[in-house]
Design a protein around this ligand. Structure first.
Ligand code: ZN
Length: 195
């Protein structure tokens, strides 16, 4: 499952030129001292913040899938993430809680935050990111069930004063056993601190 950028390779120079044009359009002087290096910095940081497009989830998990007989749920909570909303290119960030019920194998724990990053580091919608993370884990681990809850703050909402500051948006995706088994789901929600 490769995650290519929707339309090919990004171009640093083009991003830089575009950032310069934004400065001009804002009425700024892009050649003044404080802004001289800004277009290049903006271009580089945008590339860094969207490097998840280049991540292949199967490569990421290679060598980290282990045979495991147990069927007790695995839960990791409070995985921090930073993303950009695709509507305003402003930060959305927060925490992700993941649970899955193994059926024959488990994924090395350090890979869960990396899977979150692979989907967070691109232009995103919180709802889509939540289900992408769940579906990736379901596919990799062939889990009997996967639960993902994402709590996020959206600076496009907070900075523009659309909502009260520090409001949180919570999204969830329940697959397999977490969807059909209310008790399993309730236990996950409790472990994730969401009761
Ligand atoms: Zn937004």
């Amino acid at each position: 499952m490769s995650l290519p950028r929707p339309s090919g390779r990004p171009r640093l120079e083009e991003l830089e030129e575009s950032a310069r044009r934004i400065l001009v359009a804002l009425g700024e002087d892009p050649d003044r001292e404080g802004l001289e290096a800004t277009p290049r910095r903006v271009a580089r940081s945008l590339l860094d913040l969207t490097d998840g497009y280049g991540t292949d989830i199967n490569v990421l998990a290679r060598g980290a899938l282990y045979a495991h007989e147990g069927t007790e749920p695995v839960t990791m909570r409070d995985i921090p993430f930073y993303s950009l909303c695709e509507h305003h290119l402003l930060p959305m960030f927060g925490r992700c809680h993941i649970g899955y019920v193994p059926s024959g194998r488990v994924l090395g724990l350090s890979k869960l935050p990396r899977i979150v990053d692979a989907f967070a580091h691109r232009l995103q919608m919180q709802e889509r990111m939540t289900s992408q993370i769940a579906e990736a884990i379901e596919q990799l681990v062939e889990a009997r069930g996967v639960a993902v809850v994402v709590e996020a703050r959206h600076l496009c909402v907070e900075m523009r004063g659309v909502e009260k500051a520090e409001s949180q948006t919570v999204t969830s995706c329940m697959l397999g056993a977490y969807k059909s088994d209310g008790q399993l789901r309730a236990e996950f929600m409790e472990l994730a601190g969401r009761r």
